[in-house]
Design a protein around this ligand. Structure first.
Ligand SMILES: [Zn+2]
Length: 403
C-alpha cells in the first residue's frame, strides 16, 4: 500500500515545541537541535517566530547562517507588521497563520469571513513581494466550516501561496474525520497540504498518518511530541508509523534518535514519561517471565517494533513477574552462573525486593542478594568487576544474535 510514496516532514520542535508551557531553548540548544534534526535527514524545520523580538530574529538568522541541509521556515500571524519581520533573515519561507473557524474569526479577532479572505490576498502578496515563499496556516481549521475552509484555501492558492496548513489547533480531530477533511482539500486544490496535529485526545500521530494517506504532502512533527498542551505529533512516531504501517518513506533515519530525544528532553526542562512510545525509558524493557523466556528464544515472539529502528535495544529487568530463566540470564550478565536451586532462591528474593521497594533491583543490589545465599560458586568480588557492563545490553546482544 502506498509503496514508494514520500511525504515531507516539517519539524516544528523549535517553534510549536518551544511554545510548550515553560519551555525556552537557549541559542546553543536551538543550534544543536536544528543540526541534529538536519543530520537525521529531516528536510524542513520551522525555527521560530520573528515577531517575538530582536533576540528571536537574531537566533533565526544564526540558524539560517549554518546552511543546514534542510529548508527553514518561520511562523507569523497574518499581520502586515509581523510579516515584515520575516524578511532579511535568510529563511526562504513563512507560514502565515490566520483563523479559519467562525469561533476564532469572530470571538478572537472580532472580524468576519470576508475580512479573512481579503487579508489572505493582501498578506500573501506582501510576503511574496518580500521574496518569501508562502504557506497559509489555517488556525483552528478543524472547527471551521469545511466550505469556507476550502474557499479560503483556494483564495490562498490564487494569491500565490505554495502551501496550506491544516491546523487541528485544539486537538479535537480523529483519523477518519481528518482523512475526509484532507481528501476534500486535496480534491479542490493544487498546492502542498500540510497537517498540524495536537495530541489532546492522544490522536496526534494517528491524525497525522491519516492526513498522509489522504494526500497531505507535508507533516508537522516535534521531537518527543513536545508542544502546546498535550503536544504535537511526535517525529519518531510519525516517521516509524509511516514506514512500518504504510511503507511511506520520509528519508529520516532514527537510528541516532536517542541523543536528539535526550537533548530535547533536557532542554525542555521536563522528564519524559517512562512509557512514552519509542523513546520512554522502559518501552523496550521486559520483566514478565513468559515474555522474557519468549524473547530469549526469538525476539519476534514479543516484538512489534524493532528497537534498533530507533537506536535502542531490548532490556531485561527483574521484578515481581520474573521467572527463573530471567534470573539466570540477569546473573549471567553479571558474570555469575547460577544453578537452578540458586536461581529459584534468588527469584523469591527478587520478587520480595520488587514488592517492597516498588522497583527492580539494580546490578549492585542483585550482587548483594547473591551474597546472601548460603554458598556460591563465583566470588562476590568477581561479580562486582563486571557490574560496569550494562547487563541489559548483554542481553540485547544475545537477542540480536537470536534475531
Ligand atoms: Zn500548534
Amino acid at each position: 500500500m502506498n509503496a514508494m510514496r514520500t511525504v515531507v516532514i516539517d519539524d516544528t520542535t523549535l517553534r510549536d515545541g518551544e511554545q510548550s508551557a515553560g519551555v525556552a531553548f537557549s541559542l546553543e540548544e536551538k543550534i544543536d537541535i536544528a543540526t541534529r534534526l538536519a543530520k537525521l535527514g529531516v528536510p524542513e524545520l520551522e525555527v521560530g517566530i520573528p515577531a517575538m523580538g530582536a533576540e528571536e530574529r537574531e537566533s533565526i538568522r544564526i540558524l539560517a547562517s549554518l546552511k543546514l541541509p534542510a529548508r527553514l521556515l518561520v511562523w507569523a500571524r497574518m499581520k502586515s507588521e509581523d510579516i515584515q519581520q520575516c524578511a532579511g533573515l535568510g529563511v526562504p519561507m513563512a507560514d502565515l497563520s490566520v483563523p479559519a473557524s467562525d469561533q476564532q474569526i469572530q470571538r478572537k479577532l472580532g472580524k468576519d469571513r470576508r475580512w479573512v479572505l481579503a487579508n489572505i490576498r493582501r498578506c500573501v502578496a506582501q510576503a511574496r513581494d518580500l521574496g518569501l515563499q508562502v504557506g497559509v496556516g489555517f488556525e483552528d481549521a478543524s472547527r471551521a466550516d469545511p466550505d469556507f475552509l476550502l474557499q479560503a484555501a483556494q483564495t490562498a492558492q490564487a494569491a500565490g501561496a505554495r502551501r496550506i496548513r491544516y491546523a487541528d489547533t485544539v486537538g479535537i480531530m480523529e483519523p477518519f474525520g481528518v482523512h475526509a477533511a484532507i481528501s476534500r482539500l486535496r480534491d479542490g486544490l493544487d498546492v502542498e497540504i500540510e497537517m498540524h496535529a495536537h495530541d489532546d485526545l492522544g490522536l496526534a500521530t494517528a491524525n497525522t498518518l491519516a492526513a498522509a494517506l489522504a494526500g497531505a504532502t507535508h507533516l508537522n512533527t516535534t521531537v518527543n511530541g513536545l508542544g502546546e498542551r498535550a503536544g504535537n505529533a511526535a517525529l519518531e512516531e510519525v516517521v516509524l508509523g509511516l514506514r512500518q504501517l504504510y511503507r511511506i518513506e520520509t528519508g529520516v533515519d532514527l537510528k541516532k534518535f536517542p541523543a536528539l530525544s535526550a537533548l530535547v528532553e533536557n532542554a525542555s526542562g521536563e522528564p519524559l514519561g517512562w512509557r512514552k512510545s519509542l523513546v520512554g525509558k522502559r518501552v523496550f524493557s521486559h520483566e514478565a517471565g513468559i515474555h522474557v523466556d519468549g524473547l530469549l528464544k526469538d525476539p519476534a515472539n514479543y516484538q512489534g517494533v524493532d528497537p534498533a529502528a530507533v537506536g535502542r535495544r531490548h532490556t531485561l529487568v527483574l521484578g515481581k513477574h520474573s521467572g527463573r530463566q530471567g534470573v539466570i540470564q540477569a546473573y549471567a550478565q553479571l558474570g555469575i552462573a547460577l544453578e537452578k536451586r540458586q536461581a529459584d532462591r534468588l527469584l523469591a528474593e527478587v520478587r520480595q525486593f520488587a514488592v517492597r521497594e516498588r522497583r527492580s533491583p539494580d546490578d549492585r543490589e542483585l550482587a548483594d542478594l547473591y551474597r546472601t545465599l548460603p554458598q556460591h560458586s563465583s566470588s562476590p568480588a568477581q561479580a562486582e568487576t563486571v557490574l560496569g557492563e550494562r547487563p541489559q545490553e548483554v542481553a540485547s546482544h544475545r537477542l540480536a544474535v537470536a534475531a
